[in-house]
Design a protein around this ligand. Structure first.
Ligand code: PLP
Length: 417
């Protein structure tokens, strides 16, 4: 699926989707009298038993605050928490755990970086992002631009939903200070060629920020191979818990930028005259962190490491291929986002139908999809739609579920025709 997606673990060979589904207890329930077909993974993915068990065990056996060091439970909690940080480091192939910061998720990580870079920005500077960004990678930059006098400039996308490289080449220039790009579009599923764009930006000394929220559930990025300065993701989209995410930052830059929040943990020494900061990564981790959630994220990554990545990606690709084959069976259905390199996400509209009606009628048939603007209003404006319906698949979805989706869409379309 992507040249940077090779697994670095030695997992079981092959991929048995039915066996995998047994690891996700939530999937085997009925919703509205029908077996649940969960196709809203882009919004939030489901959790395997190993994640639930790891968090449960953490609370049953080892919970205490971390880094306080005065007793055994505190040591156990700290070991589990820092072990999870190492798991994230290995997952991203970062050079050191000093470069892995716990955040509440992608949104907080982008805010942390945008605020941290504010002091480097001045009137006339340009922050380059794209027309396909999630609001989480637009609004924090707009807020910083307002504070500093910098300007936010969007790279255009093509009608197929790919980054317009001519637009990128013409916009990357003398004034560009930051390039903030999504690795994968949450609406279109497009996998952006970030490695080459980062290379071009770095050649000009531009700081590069990659939003990996929709990439990591589908392939494993390698931040050293990518060469980016910052990379962030949310655990809840990676089969882990809500409330936690990780930020990778290049050590030198993390050392240079100021802390995001003040409080306990992030200080070295506090006096009323002068306060000094803790070492990395703690400088950016004010207050008691989401300990059980970090442990849960570690368990999610370990779970993924036990799967055959190549087989899993092939299985996901087969889901998208089957969905594409079936589009023509629904009269008036149009897919938005037909990029050559895509993760299994399908945004669509059906002539004469409002996306929210499609969502409601599918829900009655036990099928969960997302409808609306997907926190990407500029992209909706580009396509001239108020919103779309979106089916986003995960590795635990089956071809039969794809077919159920289309049978249900045919029914919905007939109802309104
Ligand atoms: N970036 C992208 C591409 C997303 O899809 C999302 C969530 O849908 C976010 C950022 C924000 O993630 P979170 O709400 O977990 O912070």
């Amino acid at each position: 699926m992507n040249d940077l997606s090779m697994a670095r673990t030695a997992p079981k060979a092959g991929f048995d989707v039915n066996a995998v589904r047994r690891d996700f207890p939530i999937l085997s329930q009925q919703v509205n009298g029908k077996p649940l077909v969960y196709l809203d993974n882009g919004a939030s993915a489901q959790k395997p038993l190993t994640v639930l068990d790891a968090m449960d065990r953490y609370y049953r056996e080892m919970h205490s605050n971390v880094h306080r060091g005065a007793h055994t439970l505190g040591d156990r909690a700290t070991t589990a928490f820092e072990g999870a940080r190492e798991t994230v480091r290995a997952f991203l192939n970062a050079g050191s755990t000093e470069e892995i910061i716990w955040t509440r998720g992608t949104t907080e990580a982008i805010n942390l970086i945008a605020n941290g870079l504010a002091a480097r920005l001045k009137p006339g500077d340009e922050i380059l992002l794209s027309h396909m960004e999630h609001h989480a990678n637009i609004v924090p930059w707009q807020m910083i631009a307002e504070r500093t006098g910098a300007t936010v400039i969007p790279i255009q996308v093509t009608p197929a939903g790919e980054l317009d490289l001519d637009s990128f080449n013409s916009l990357l220039g003398e004034k560009t200070r930051v390039l903030a790009l999504t690795h994968v579009s949450n609406v279109l599923g497009t996998i952006n060629p970030v490695a080459s764009l980062i290379k071009q930006a770095k050649a000009r000394g531009v700081i590069t920020v990659i939003d990996g929220a929709q990439a990591v559930p589908h392939f494993q990025p390698d931040v050293q191979a990518l060469g980016c300065d910052f990379y962030m993701f949310s655990a809840h989209k990676l089969f882990g818990p809500t409330g936690v995410g990780a930020l990778y930052g290049r050590k030198q830059l993390l050392e240079e930028i100021p802390p995001y929040q003040g409080g306990g943990e992030m200080i070295e020494r506090v006096t009323f005259d002068r306060t000094t900061w803790n070492v990395l990564p703690y400088k950016f981790e004010a207050g008691t962190p989401p300990i059980a959630e970090a442990v849960g994220l570690g368990a999610a990554i370990e779970y993924l490491g036990g799967l055959d990545r190549a087989a899993m990606e092939a299985s996901e690709e087969a889901l998208l291929t089957r969905a594409n084959e079936l589009v023509e069976t629904v009269p008036g259905m149009q897919v938005i986002g037909t990029a050559k390199h895509k993760v299994p996400v399908m945004s669509f509209k059906i002539e004469g139908l409002h996306p929210s009606d499609i969502g409601t009628l599918l829900d009655q048939q036990g099928i969960a999809i997302r409808t609306g603007h997907h926190c990407a209003m500029p992209l909706m404006d580009f396509y001239g739609v108020p919103g779309t319906a979106r089916a986003s698949f995960a590795f635990y979805n089956t071809i039969a579920e794809v077919e159920q989706l289309f049978t249900a869409l045919q029914k919905v379309q007939r109802l309104f025709a």
